[in-house]
Design a protein around this ligand. Structure first.
Ligand SMILES: CC(C)(COP(=O)(O)OP(=O)(O)OC[C@H]1O[C@@H](n2cnc3c(N)ncnc32)[C@H](O)[C@@H]1OP(=O)(O)O)[C@@H](O)C(=O)NCCC(=O)NCCS
Length: 186
């Protein structure tokens, strides 16, 4: 069982200076990782990133985090895992073609922003599980229509499962190789 933890960040809107906003987000993400480690019975690490910003794993513990202005999230596991969280809000419509191929778009039931963020968080989570950035987006492909709860993708032809958390404002995704995911809100 994977325990993914979401933490809301109050009063962190654009009136807060950028550096302070980012500090709050990273603190909240570290708290989410601490809680995920506790729930999973895994050691609490120092959650360091390497010089390229990629999470450093230790003692066989893998982890992933994500943070946006009003929410942060973390998940800790003993197998590769990736997590992404996004605020559902209208974006540049050109992003549809950046994130998905015409064929992938035929797999999607709707062309609305919640559907877009389902696909976007799924792909970001799979990229993070593979410890690569957006430059590898084209290696990540949806293989079937996503459901409310999850999606199946491939990264360089290797299969990945994604489990979603969705609310009216937030979409979050955890990518894994086949596990149950419990979402916790703190
Ligand atoms: C890495 C990436 C997936 C992060 O996604 P994001 O939605 O911007 O930000 P999130 O909050 O969800 O995730 C950030 C966290 O991902 C983690 N991360 C960064 N690089 C990572 C990698 N290669 N693999 C796994 N996790 C990574 C870090 O923990 C980071 O947290 P930190 O900024 O507090 O150190 C993505 O932005 C990316 O590819 N960046 C590379 C630079 C790039 O291509 N930028 C394009 C615009 S110029």
């Amino acid at each position: 069982m994977l325990h993914a933890v979401l933490i809301s960040i109050p009063d962190n809107d654009r009136s807060v200076p950028g550096r302070e906003r980012m500090h709050r987000q990273r603190e909240a993400a570290a708290q989410a990782l601490d809680e995920s480690a506790r729930l999973s019975g895994l050691p609490r690490l120092t959650w360091d990133r390497d010089a390229a910003g990629v999470p450093v794993f230790d003692r066989g513990v893998c982890w992933s985090l994500s943070h946006k202005t009003s929410v942060a999230a973390g998940v800790v596991a003993t197998t590769p895992v990736g997590l992404d969280v996004e605020i559902i809000e209208p974006r540049n419509p050109g992003l549809w073609d950046y994130v998905s191929t015409p064929w992938e778009q035929t797999l999607l039931a709707e062309r609305d922003w919640p559907t877009f963020f389902r696909l976007w968080t799924a792909k970001e989570a799979v990229l993070k599980a593979n410890r690569v950035g957006l430059s590898k987006l084209d290696a990540c492909r949806l293989v079937a229509s996503p459901t409310c709860s999850g999606a199946t993708l491939t990264f360089e032809k290797s299969p990945w499962l994604v489990t979603f958390f969705a609310s009216e404002r937030i979409l979050a995704a955890v990518a894994h190789k086949g596990a149950e995911v419990a979402w916790h809100q703190a």
